[in-house]
Design a protein around this ligand. Structure first.
Ligand SMILES: C[S@@+](CC[C@H](N)C(=O)[O-])C[C@H]1O[C@@H](n2cnc3c(N)ncnc32)[C@H](O)[C@@H]1O
Length: 349
């Protein structure tokens, strides 16, 4: 167990700036030009199953489709740029996708239009306050989004409320006991914003208890900050994103450019381990909470041993389908983390 200590970079931020409290949708996702670096298979770029990441994406999409089989109207929570809803469109009659970042909704609608997908609707909405009547949806999917909301328990309660009795929820999430290599990790990223400001981002993640704090410092664009950000980018590419190992991107960078700070904010996220996700789902009222082997993880293990370059698209697609079906039929031990599936009981007391 690591206590919720503050890092040297955080100490600098709290001592020198007036940090406004924010949330992930507004601080991080609203400022992102495109999710997944604009390289989401089929959504942004042509699906090419000979690429490992595309093959893995196809298998997890097919796995989610298999876990949702037989459902008519599905709710996608925190759908980003349309993942997985736009990918699930061929299998599901009607999908309603919500995201709390208005830019993500704009981008998703444009993606749907370009892809000529008419059975997915995108609405700006927060998962912690769903504007839908009770017992409305046949199923819900939440991919890497529950843990990004300001109140995951409240979001899960809302999802439970709008699901019909007997409906299922598929959750993909970052289980910190699986994904974090170290008890504590932190990193800096830099980004240019559409309004012309430069963004300095810092995140730190703790495995036990699982939680995260994120910061954004906006800098006015001046010849000096343009240069400082170009230099920070080079440093990150060359030496890595850790501000302790690379002080030129951490407190040193902030101190040198302090005069150009335009605004600053932070938010904290409650994360999960496989165990706490199961317990939280059960506390909300879900039953039959099960974890499956992740088809994309199986795909990544298998892919290096395939001669994908020599295989036909059709053959690779069949293999992806086979992996997805196998993974969807294979309940896994809880420490595998995700995907997780839970059910709203048929009768609720
Ligand atoms: C890591 S991204 C995942 C996006 C997409 N599902 C995917 O897997 O590519 C998390 C998404 O959750 C959204 N989000 C954050 N807080 C939210 C909230 N309170 N309600 C709904 N969506 C939220 C963010 O805007 C972001 O698009």
């Amino acid at each position: 167990m690591v206590s919720k200590r503050y890092t040297a970079v955080e100490n600098w931020l709290w001592e020198n700036l007036k940090l406004e409290e924010s949330d992930s949708a507004h601080q991080s996702y609203e400022n992102m030009l495109l999710q997944g670096g604009g390289a989401l298979p089929l959504i942004n770029v042509t699906l090419n199953l000979r690429e490992q990441s595309h093959f893995a994406d196809e298998t997890i999409v097919q796995q989610i489709a298999a876990l949702l089989r037989g459902t008519r109207e599905v709710l996608d929570i925190g759908s980003g740029d349309g993942w997985p809803s736009l990918r699930l469109a061929p299998w599901i009659e009607m999908i309603t996708s919500i995201d709390a970042a208005p830019r993500r909704i704009e981008v998703s609608r444009a993606n749907a239009e370009r892809l000529k997908i008419a059975n997915v609707k995108f609405l700006p909405m927060s998962a912690v306050e769903l504007n839908f009547s009770d017992n409305r949806f046949d199923a819900a999917v939440a991919a890497s989004s529950i843990e990004q909301t300001p109140d995951p328990m409240r979001a899960l309660r809302e999802i439970y409320r709008v699901l019909k009795p007997g409906a299922r929820l598929v959750v993909i999430y970052e289980s910190f006991d699986v994904t974090l290599e170290h008890p504590f990790e932190d990193a800096v990223t830099v980004r240019e914003h559409m309004d012309g400001t430069h963004g300095w981002y810092y995140w730190m993640k703790h495995r036990d208890p699982p939680w995260e704090r994120d910061y954004l410092v906006r800098f006015k664009a001046t010849p000096e900050t343009d240069e400082a950000f170009a230099r920070a980018r080079e440093l990150i590419d060359r030496d890595g994103a850790n501000p302790t190992a690379v002080p030129g991107i951490g407190a040193e960078f902030l101190e040198a450019n302090k005069a150009a700070v335009a605004a600053s904010s932070f938010y904290e996220l409650e994360h999960f381990t496989a165990k706490t996700m199961k317990e939280t789902l059960e506390d909300v009222g879900f039953t039959d909470v099960r974890v499956f082997y992740s088809a994309s993880k199986l795909a990544r293990l298998l892919f290096p041993n395939l001669n994908a370059g020599e295989m036909g698209e059709h053959q690779l697609m069949e293999l992806a389908q086979g992996l997805a079906q196998t993974a969807s039929a294979l309940p896994a031990p809880f420490d595998q983390g995700q995907p997780i599936i839970a059910q709203k009981p048929e009768t609720t007391s």
